[in-house]
Design a protein around this ligand. Structure first.
Ligand code: GTP
Ligand code: MG
Length: 361
C-alpha cells in the first residue's frame, strides 16, 4: 500500500525526514537521566571520595565517561577516576585492594576488586532503591588522566551543536544497546567507539562539516610542549567553546534525521573497513600506514589482524585502536545492523515513529 519510495509524491521525503527528526528528539528526551538520578550519583561520588581520602588524603575522585560528557542515558553506569596529588603514593594494585576492603566494610555496595587487571579497578554495584529504581553500577580506576581528557573532548563536541550531536549520539547508544552490538566483551563495539564514529562522520565525512576539528584548530596563543603533552601524547584541543560558538559556524544545515540516514548509509556502504582507519584527529587513514594491516598469509600476525578488523584511532593515544575488541563475527553483525537500519529508513514507512520503533526492536 505504501509503494516504493520512487513512486511516492514529491514532498513525502521532506515530510518523513521532518517527522523523523521530531521523533528522534522526543525519543531521546525521555531517556535522559532524571535530576534525581544525577543528584544521587553525585552523592555517591562524594561519599566514595570521602572514604578514599581516609586511605590517600591527597586524592580526588572525578567523573568521566558518559556521566561527564553529556552523552548519558538514564541508568548508565558511573565511571570514576581517582587522582592522587602527592608524590608518594601507593601502587594502584595495593590501593585497589585496600579500597575494596574498606568499601566492603563501610558501605552497602557489592564490591569486586580487580587489582591485577591491565587497568586495576574496583567495581561497585548497588541494588535498586527509590532514588535509583534500577540500582547503580560504578567502576573506580586510578590515574587515568587520558580518559578524563577524552571525556572533556567529547563534551566539547557535544556542546558545539547539542541538538544534532547529542541527539545522534544518544540515539545510536540506545539503538546499539537494543540491537546488542554494544559489548566489547562479546566482540562488538563500546559506546566510546560509537561516539567516535559519529564525531568522525560529522567532522570528516559530511561536507560541509557539521563540526570543526577541535584538535587541529590553532591555539589562541603559543603553548609549550609541556602543557600539551601527557605521557608522550598530544592532548591539546581547542576547548574555548564560548569563543568557538561566536566564531565558528557550520554551513551544514541538514536535520538530525538527514544526518542519521546518511550515517547509516555511510557505515553500511562507504566506509573502507578493510583498509581504512577512522581518526577524528586526522581523517581517514590507511591501516598500512599505522601498521594495523597484516599480511593474510603470515600466520604470525593473525592475532594483530583479528584485533584490527574495525579500526578507530583513539583521539590522543594514536597507537591505540578503540575497535580492537571487534571480532570478524562482531564486525559482520555490526555492518549487518547498519544495513538493516539503512534499509528501514529508506523504505520510509508512513509514519516516522514506526520506523524508529522498528529500528530499535
Ligand atoms: P555508557 O557507559 O554506555 O553510557 O557510555 P560511556 O560514554 O560511559 O562510554 P564507555 O563506558 O564505553 O567509556 C567510558 C569512558 O572510558 C570513555 O568516555 C573513555 O574516556 C574511556 N574509554 C572507554 N573505552 C576506551 C578505550 O578503548 N580507550 C580509551 N583510551 N578510553 C576508553
Ligand atoms: Mg560508561
Amino acid at each position: 500500500a505504501l509503494g516504493s519510495p520512487t513512486q511516492r509524491r514529491p514532498g513525502s521525503r521532506q515530510r518523513f525526514v521532518a517527522d523523523l527528526s521530531q521523533c528522534l528528539f522526543d525519543f531521546v528526551v525521555q531517556l535522559l537521566p532524571t535530576q534525581e538520578e544525577l543528584a544521587v550519583k553525585e552523592d555517591v561520588r562524594k561519599l566514595l571520595e570521602r572514604l578514599i581520602r581516609t586511605i590517600e588524603p591527597e586524592s580526588r575522585l572525578l567523573s568521566f565517561g558518559s556521566t561527564a560528557n553529556g552523552f548519558s542515558l538514564r541508568n548508565s553506569d558511573m565511571d570514576l577516576c581517582c587522582l592522587i596529588d602527592s608524590e608518594e603514593r601507593l601502587a594502584a594494585s595495593d590501593l585497589v585492594t585496600m579500597l575494596g576492603d574498606l568499601l566492603e566494610r563501610e558501605t552497602k555496595f557489592y564490591v569486586k576488586s580487580l587489582p591485577h587487571a591491565r587497568i586495576p579497578i574496583v567495581k561497585l554495584s548497588l541494588d535498586p532503591s527509590p532514588g535509583l529504581p534500577l540500582g547503580i553500577a560504578c567502576d573506580i580506576g586510578f590515574e587515568n588522566r587520558l580518559a578524563l581528557e577524552n571525556t572533556r573532548l567529547l563534551m566539547c563536541y557535544a556542546m558545539i551543536d547539542p541538538a544534532r550531536v547529542r541527539t545522534m549520539v544518544l540515539f545510536l547508544k540506545v539503538w546499539s544497546k537494543r540491537r546488542k552490538i554494544n559489548s566489547p566483551y562479546k566482540g562488538t563495539l563500546s559506546s566510546y567507539g560509537y561516539v567516535l564514529l559519529v564525531i568522525y562522520f560529522l567532522v570528516h565525512v559530511k561536507n560541509p562539516p557539521v563540526l570543526p576539528n577541535l584538535q587541529q584548530m590553532p591555539p589562541l596563543r603559543p603553548i609549550s610542549e609541556e602543557d600539551t603533552h601527557l605521557h608522550g601524547h598530544n592532548i591539546w584541543f581547542f576547548d574555548d567553546i564560548e569563543l568557538l560558538r561566536q566564531r565558528w559556524h557550520s554551513d551544514n544545515n541538514e536535520s538530525v534525521a538527514d544526518l542519521l540516514i546518511d550515517f547509516f548509509r555511510y557505515y553500511s556502504r562507504d566506509f573502507p573497513y578493510n583498509t581504512g582507519v577512522a581518526s577524528i584527529r586526522s581523517g581517514l587513514l590507511k591501516k598500512d600506514s599505522k601498521g594495523w594491516q597484516n599480511d593474510l598469509s603470515n600466520q604470525r600476525y593473525n592475532d594483530a589482524r583479528e584485533r584490527n578488523r574495525l579500526c578507530i584511532e583513539d583521539p590522543f593515544e594514536a597507537d591505540f585502536n578503540v575497535g580492537r575488541c571487534v571480532t570478524k563475527d562482531g564486525l559482520y553483525t555490526i555492518r549487518g545492523e547498519f544495513m538493516r537500519a539503512s534499509r528501514i529508513l529508506s523504505s520510509r514507512p508512513e509514519r516516522a515513529i514506526i520506523a524508529l520503533a522498528e529500528l530499535c526492536e
